[in-house]
Design a protein around this ligand. Structure first.
Ligand code: MG
Ligand code: MG
Length: 253
């Protein structure tokens, strides 16, 4: 069942979204060669708690940290560690969430570590652009397939591939609510979009094959062929006045 939100609920989600977005800004500003993913995770946790919110990821399904931090060919769900040190040329995906007054924000960014390859830079840009292509199609009366196909079309046009196994989702009092929001689809197909829907749109884009594999740690997901992967996610609300990007606190990031 899809839980539609009224304007008061969307306002509460905006607060959770802002805290989530601010935590990601703090994380971004820490990214440089020599920093461990553990340090970034702790900074995120402290910021969220300082705001009077709860790190949504911590303990979620047994996840041991407040952010998923995934490097290079790791797609999602990387576990922060003192042993994972960022190196020049890496790309790092930071995905986190905050629960505030019962509502959740969920957002992710891919950040270059120092100078990265031209291909890595293009991958990060195309992934971000594909999110916005999805938002363009997010209109009352459109279908979910319009959103997914807009994302996938832009990705394929740029020679990359969209992960199929993991998808976006509804967000509300739970991090994962109905419906699933795939980053691919058929225009005009899928459920009809209506005002009050709050969803996480989160393209995961690979340089090579769309196929992925899970690691033996039970969490980390990598590209099957070892190619680079990028991720871009915001929690958004569809209203009768248009789309609100709840987790965006700085334009262009
Ligand atoms: Mg997320
Ligand atoms: Mg998500």
């Amino acid at each position: 069942m899809i839980h539609l939100k009224n304007s008061a609920q969307i306002a509460a989600m905006k607060d959770a979204g802002r805290i989530t977005g601010e935590a990601l800004l703090i994380a971004r500003d820490m990214v440089r060669p020599g920093v461990s993913t553990y340090e970034i995770d702790m900074a995120i946790r402290h910021y969220i708690e300082k705001c009077g919110a709860t790190p949504t990821f911590l303990g979620y399904g047994g996840f041991p940290a407040s952010a998923c931090i995934s490097i290079n060919d790791e797609v999602i769900h990387g576990i922060p560690s003192k042993k994972r040190i960022l190196r020049e040329g890496d790309i790092v995906k930071i995905d986190t969430g905050a629960t505030y007054k019962g509502y959740v924000g969920d957002s992710a960014r891919t950040i270059p570590v120092g100078n990265v390859s031209e291909e890595a830079r293009k991958l990060i840009e195309v992934t971000r652009d594909s999110f916005w292509a999805g938002v363009e199609a997010l209109k009352v009366g459109n279908r979910l397939g319009d959103v997914g196909s807009a994302i996938d079309e832009l990705v394929r046009k740029n020679g990359f591939s969209t992960v199929k196994r993991y998808v976006g989702h509804g967000v509300g009092t739970d991090m994962h609510e109905s419906p699933d929001v795939p980053n691919f689809g058929t225009p005009g197909r899928g459920i009809r979009l209506c005002a009050g829907m709050t969803i996480a749109i989160e393209p995961m884009v690979n340089v090579g094959t769309f196929e992925v594999k899970e690691m033996s740690d039970g969490w980390t997901v990598k590209t099957m062929d070892g190619s680079l992967s990028a991720h871009y996610e915001n929690t958004v609300a569809l209203t009768s006045d248009g789309v609100l990007i709840l987790t965006e606190v700085e334009k262009g990031f």
